[in-house]
Design a protein around this ligand. Structure first.
Ligand SMILES: N[C@@H](CCC(=O)N[C@@H](CS)C(=O)NCC(=O)O)C(=O)O
Length: 308
């Protein structure tokens, strides 16, 4: 785990000291859009997605690639699940850098900006034509996938419809803060106080979701939206990883009847099961965070059947 400083790689863990033991996520730096008649026009075969199967943020983008019929139009490289002193790594196929044959993800960031300072994260949406990173913020990549290629794919399903945007943004805000990022705030906290603060907020938010799903099928009424997919990728990692590794153990997702049913409902969506690679998820978290799990031992359980 590390970061680039003026283009140079430093092996360094998150600095929580300056925030009283709290984990504070930094902002993604590449924030371009894909749109007709711009530098980044929608074209089949032009863009490439770098992901980790382990990562909940990257997982969102893989789900949108499936749901929007982009498999033939946007190629993918998957990093090795372990993120150690060199950050995300490429290995032998199929876990290789299909475009540049680099060894480490940070080398792609260096290619784009030899003086880049910041974290080296997945997902990365890459432009093969101009050899640059279009965007490395999953929240924006899924919106690009939601609409930019519609004329190419003929898939007009809309997970961020204009009429629901305000409601979706409203849900996203607290789901991101207290659940998506909330599990990390629990797991990466380095003081008891910071952990408990994040834990309270996390379970208050999950209780809120449980209540909502007692009355409606999805987070924003009866229509499936991006808000659901953003929550889904955290929920499917919860019982196998966050519950024990990040100490989010008031209860499991499978102990919330409505949320459990909701996860099974979303998981049954055609194409989605293929994007969930539990083996990478478990290897990554238990094997990469040596400050939390020094032995790197990956627990065998639990047995989870998302389709039950
Ligand atoms: N805000 C980013 C966060 C991406 C992110 O933090 N990805 C993690 C993997 S789950 C990562 O690559 N971390 C490497 C690091 O922080 O050094 C997004 O949603 O795309």
């Amino acid at each position: 785990m590390g970061l680039l400083v003026d283009g140079e790689w430093h092996d360094k863990w998150y600095d929580t000291k300056k925030h009283g033991g709290r984990f504070v996520r930094s902002e993604s730096q590449f924030r371009n859009q894909i749109a007709p008649d711009t530098e980044f026009a929608p074209e089949s075969g032009r863009y490439h997605l770098y992901v980790s199967y382990a990562c909940p943020w990257a997982h969102r983008t893989l789900i949108f690639r499936q749901l929007k019929g982009l498999e033939q139009h946007i190629s993918v490289s998957v990093v090795h699940p372990l993120m150690l002193e060199n950050g995300w790594e490429f290995k032998q196929p199929p876990l290789h850098d299909a475009l540049h044959q680099k060894d480490y993800l940070y080398q792609l960031y260096q290619l784009v900006d030899p003086n880049y300072s910041g974290r080296v994260t997945v997902p990365v949406l890459w432009d093969k034509k101009t050899q640059t990173i279009v965007n490395n913020e999953s929240a924006e990549i899924i919106r690009i996938f939601n609409q930019a290629f519609n004329d190419i794919t003929g898939n007009h399903q809309d997970f961020y419809p204009a009429a629901l945007r305000e409601a979706i943004d409203g849900v996203n805000e607290w789901v991101y803060r207290d659940i998506n990022n909330g599990v990390y705030r629990c797991g990466f906290a380095t003081t008891q106080e910071a952990y408990e603060e994040a834990y309270q907020a996390l379970f208050a938010a999950l209780d809120r979701v449980e209540g909502m799903l007692g009355k409606q099928r999805y987070l924003v009424g009866d229509q499936l939206t991006e808000a659901d997919w953003r929550l889904f990728t955290t929920l499917v990692r919860f019982d196998a990883v966050y519950y024990s590794h990040f100490k989010t153990n008031r209860q499991r997702i499978s102990d919330f009847p409505n949320i459990k049913r909701y996860v099974a409902d979303l998981y049954a969506t055609p194409g989605v099961a293929d994007t969930l690679v539990m083996d990478h998820i478990k290897q990554h978290y238990y094997g990469s965070h040596k400050t939390i799990n020094p032995t790197g031992i990956v627990p065998k359980g639990p047995v989870i059947d998302f389709s039950a």
